[in-house]
Design a binder for this molecule. Structure first.
Ligand SMILES: NCc1[nH]cc(CCC(=O)O)c1CC(=O)O
Length: 309
């Protein structure tokens, strides 16, 4: 008798595939299964198909997840593997983030052929990134630089850099490492200066709420510390209710039973930023994140969020 393979849904970019394979490999190791017990199903999303416009412009939550979640909801796949940072805070009914893999490097990398660091770029140099958070942070640290949008997957962006379309770009260290491209990083930006995106570096697994077989399958590969950090970070994001046009950054870290969180919202032009630092028991991850979000909202004032939209 042939048993049905366990189906893992993912986008088709090299990074997404590497993440799906890492998940499969961890499941194989945890359950003593062979690779042929799994099938990786590549699913194309709107975010993958529309490549000529900035993401914030296409708008709509779940640009990279909708088609995958539709297949998950109706049982065509058993789990979906995502980058946590690309996941909206509200998921379709009946689905949830059921496991998080141990977090990779959370930091952003600075990549350039012309300068060893962001500080060393000559005045007026062009930095290409389509992330509103990275754009705002660069403008804040280096108002003299020219920031332009640069979309495409990691490889595409590296190619555009190579071709000289921009002097520098910024990418997540996590993605570079998963693709074996970390040697391309000219510098690594520390979170105290360049706060990463919420969820950066964490692979998450989405599944159906009523699927206890899948829950049991995922339990041994879930990383508890990453899971608590993401609970805090996603609660922060949910409390802020940020549109995809709001530059938002934040990072939770766990040491023993304690969780510390740093969060920030920025004006897209980098001239204004509000930040928050919080800490407490790791078991209070959700409320710490929520309160940090409410706090930063009242600090910034509602007008701040509406001033550029
Ligand atoms: N939005 C694309 C995306 N989503 C997750 C990562 C990196 C991997 C991660 O953060 O886990 C990237 C590429 C990048 O920002 O460089």
């Amino acid at each position: 008798m042939q048993t049905k393979p366990f189906r893992i849904g993912t986008r088709g970019s090299p990074l997404a595939l590497a993440q799906a394979e890492e998940t499969r490999d961890r499941l194989m190791a945890a359950h003593g299964l062979e690779a042929d017990a799994f099938e990786i199903a590549v699913i194309s999303t709107k975010g993958d198909r529309v490549t000529d416009r900035p993401l914030a412009e296409i708008g709509g939550k779940g640009l990279f997840t909708e088609e995958i979640e539709a297949q998950l909801s109706d049982g065509r796949i058993d789990i979906a593997v995502h980058s946590s940072k690309d996941m909206p805070t509200v998921l379709p009914d009946g689905l949830y983030l059921s496991a998080f893999l141990p977090r990779e490097d959370v930091r952003d990398a600075f990549i350039s052929k012309n300068a060893p660091s962001l500080d060393a770029l000559p005045e007026g140099a062009v930095v290409g990134t389509s992330s509103l958070r990275r754009q705002a942070l660069v403008r804040r640290l280096r108002p003299d630089l020219k920031v332009v949008s640069l979309r495409g997957n990691v490889q595409t962006r590296m190619r555009k850099l190579e071709e000289g379309a921009v002097d520098a770009t910024l990418l997540a260290m996590a993605g570079l490492r998963r693709l074996g491209l970390e040697a391309h990083a000219s510098d690594v930006l520390e979170p105290d200066r360049f706060l990463p995106a919420l969820g950066q570096g964490a692979i998450c697994i989405e599944s159906r709420m009523d699927d206890s077989v899948v829950d049991d399958m995922l339990a041994p590969i879930n990383d508890e510390a990453t899971s608590l950090c993401l609970l805090c970070e996603r609660s922060f994001l949910a409390a802020l209710d940020g549109s995809c046009r709001t530059p938002i950054a934040g990072l939770a870290r766990i040491a023993g039973d304690n969780l510390s969180f740093a969060g920030m919202v920025l004006h897209p032009d980098g001239t204004q930023a509000f930040d928050i630092a919080a800490g407490g028991a790791a078991s209070d991850a959700a409320s710490l994140g929520h309160e940090a979000g409410m706090d930063i909202r009242s600090k910034a004032g509602e007008a701040f969020f509406e001033s550029w939209i």
